[in-house]
Write a protein that binds this ligand. Sequence first.
Ligand code: ACO
Length: 462
Amino acid sequence: MPASKSTSPKTDPRPATPSSFLSVTDGRTGTSYQIPIQDGAIHATELHQIRSGPDDYGLLSYDPSFANTASCRSAITFIDGDRGILRYRGYPIEELAASKSYLEVSYLLIHGNLPGKSQLEEWVHSITYHTMLHENVQKFMDGFHHDAHPMGMMVSTLAALSTFYPDAKNISDEHTRYQQAYRLIAKVPTVAAFAHRHSVGMPYIHPSNDLTYTENFLAMMYRPSWTTQYTPNPVLAKALDTLFVLHADHEQNCSSNAMRAVGSSHADPYSCAAAAAAALYGPLHGGANEQVVRMLQEIGTKDHVPQLIRQVKEGKRLLMGFGHRIYKNYDPRARLIQQLAEEVFEVTGRNPLIDVALALEKVALEDEYFISRKLYPNVDFYSGIIYQAMGFPMDMFPVLFAIPRMTGWLAQWMEGVQDPEQKIARPRQIYVGPGERHLEVGVKTPVRRPSRTVVARRKEPS
Ligand code: ACO
């Protein structure tokens, strides 16, 4: 197709200027095309016009892990991975972590701006008064086996919440969307704490409205019973609040992408959040913090660090908590968490794993294997060490990630469902299977009947 035939995508409100075109020539046909460039990107559907002949569907872009594909326009979180920069709604993460609470940051991510005094009071009140779980949700959680992983319980319970709030299906109504945001941000610590209490066989501790978000979570986790007094340590509650700020959003990561993809079919936000939590569960994403501590325990002492580095370089294992799809520099959150660890250790005593982690980081950052691949510590490298010092069991680590990330998932979901450019997420594929083939006419597949042994077994008492 000649150059004059290329057009801007219909949804693009800003016309491309003449200089912002990508000129390409298809080597198969010799035809040249001019494809508009906007915001540093070409619209993938523009490639559709590039055909080698009438039977050709048109050129596809192949990007199996979205390594170089923008799936949306977003105004929520900005990352410059080469320079190690992370901003929520324009504010550097370092400034937010130093002076804003998690609930202020969650308001910022959801609404786009920091709250004024009365807006914050209203927001905190709305979150605080939605923390209770329906009694039947509690019964649902009782049904899990005693050794169920708390993250599995979290994923399932989030999905189950959708059945308790059928109004959530009305995703085109703004009030309904905010209602579910209050509920999800409020209830996720309760679900997390109940999952833990169930797994250790302790009575559930219901939320207290006179405590802060993280104090309440610590009380639901650790208070022995309703009749026993428990005062959450303010330093630990504050440190956890800062960790929640650092984990609140991270643009189009694996779990946010799951949230948006499921949301694109107009499913309710509880079902979307269950899908997002399932994505977070994996050891390459939010499950990495648990794996880091297991790895550090296995290393044991600093003198075993070279052995582990050798195994990683031989391709036998990954250095968990290292590497990132976007950061090709130090993850700014990892630096802040490393500093936070010292404050926590003032209260809890030093977790000896921090010294193993620091030694491991030092060796890795000086090693050619990691330097050439731009592998640096990510958010998960130090977070698990703090969680362990605070007394959280290891299988709660991914759950601790899911609590604050709920804000990010909701902000991403709200933006996605209101974006006029978004349609149902439905990627293309490159078919590599057999060409057309046919069943042999007249050959019937024999009907399989149960063997006598199987029938006999069925009669045995179970
Ligand atoms: N240890 C050893 N080598 C690594 C690591 C690692 N942690 N991460 C990447 N590499 C190597 C790869 O083997 C590859 O080497 P090669 O070029 O010789 O084949 C190269 O670095 C590039 O890695 P990719 O796998 O292409 O990077 P990708 O962007 O696909 O993966 C990921 C990113 C999944 C985070 C990866 O770095 C990893 O598995 N890290 C360990 C798990 C982890 O810490 N996950 C948490 C991420 S942060 C978060 O989700 C909150």
